[in-house]
Design a binder for this molecule. Structure first.
Ligand code: ACO
Length: 311
């Protein structure tokens, strides 16, 4: 009966064994995964927009080729993740409809504008750096398809992070004006990057259950701390200042202390009130509608092929 199935499931989780799509799972586990994986996939797809904004204005052919490759990787990540979600019995088109109807979320970070080319470097360094911190532990997530998708995604994210850091290193060797651009972009992206990890643990309704199910391996605050500790020496090597007067090494804790992000800003951005929410969703909706004929043509082609094979 159900109690037996639940006991078997709990045991597998306790022994760090993977749950696979055909295994019995509690309904709450399935729902949580659909929610998190869909939100993750949507973030990758919406995340193409802020950087795509600079594709036609990249300063050299080399920078353009790198940026194009990165944006294409993000499309790929979105598609892997939609496929992982589909193993849980939902449909990609249904998830897309929910995104454009504002019934599912995507990461707050992609609701900020990319104002200069230094933003491209800072997104790689800070935003992809934060994404790596959050996603490496997800390679050990208890749900097999999600964990396996994360392995490849993380490899590509490290390339993204490195290209950003290298771009910034190059700009820092440039003119005073270029160095100023890097500092100014760092000042704008620092706090929103810290918010990517989600609300503080005390205000995170999902963390406890997701940790018990081993979907999440660390809490939001643990990962945020890890990111700060990792980033401080990188900022020093780069020669930029992180815009937090409270940031300092705490020898007793063996970690950096840092200031409190503005949690009301995170709430506002998550609920649709960030600087670019309207624009991002409108663009996503238009792309979906413009693609309608492609989906219809692909379906008609598939139906014809199937009919031909039957003869
Ligand atoms: N942006 C948008 N929504 C967020 C954010 C954020 N930065 N942080 C938390 N939320 C949402 C949660 O999805 C949750 O929404 P819901 O319950 O209404 O559906 C709510 O705020 C409360 O937060 P938590 O209880 O902390 O939610 P959760 O346990 O899911 O933790 C986290 C949030 C850390 C983002 C988790 O879902 C996760 O690790 N997701 C996978 C990584 C990911 O999505 N990355 C996307 C950005 S990186 C990239 O794409 C390059």
């Amino acid at each position: 009966g159900d109690a037996e199935l639940q006991r078997h499931f709990d045991e597998r989780i306790a022994h760090d064994q993977r749950i696979e799509p055909r295994d019995w799972m509690p309904e709450g586990y399935r729902k949580t995964l659909v929610r998190q994986i869909a939100q993750h996939a949507h973030s990758e797809i919406i995340g193409m927009q802020p950087e795509g904004n600079w594709l036609t204005r990249a300063p050299s052919l080399r920078r353009k080729a790198i940026l194009l490759a990165k944006v294409q990787d993000e499309a790929g990540h979105g598609l892997y993740l939609y496929s992982a979600a589909e193993t849980l019995g939902v449909d990609r088109s249904e998830l897309t409809e929910k995104l454009i109807d504002r019934r599912q979320k995507y990461s707050s970070i992609f609701n900020y504008p990319t104002l200069t080319f230094a933003d491209i470097g800072v997104i790689g360094w800070l935003v992809d750096g934060a994404a790596i911190c959050n996603q490496v532990p997800l390679c050990r997530s208890s749900f097999g398809p999600y964990a396996r998708a994360m392995v490849r995604i993380c490899k590509e994210e490290s390339f993204h992070q490195r290209q950003g850091y290298e771009l910034l290193m190059t700009m820092m060797r440039g003119t005073a004006e270029q160095r100023e651009m890097v500092q100014e972009a760092t000042d704008r992206w620092w706090w929103p990057s810290l918010m990517m990890f989600g609300p503080p643990d005390a205000d995170s309704p999902n963390t406890q259950q997701s940790m018990a199910w081993r979907i999440k391996r660390h809490t939001n605050d643990e990962l945020r701390q890890k990111f700060v500790d990792m980033t401080v020496p990188q900022a020093a090597a780069l020669g930029v200042t992180l815009p937090d007067p409270e940031l300092r090494w705490n020898a007793e804790r063996g970690h950096h202390d840092f200031g409190e992000p503005d949690w009301s800003e995170l709430k506002r951005v998550i609920s649709g009130g960030g600087p670019c929410n309207e624009e991002r969703l409108a663009r996503r909706r238009a792309a979906h509608e413009d693609g309608q004929w492609v989906r219809e043509a692909a379906a008609a082609h598939a139906a014809k092929q199937a009919a031909r094979e039957e003869v």
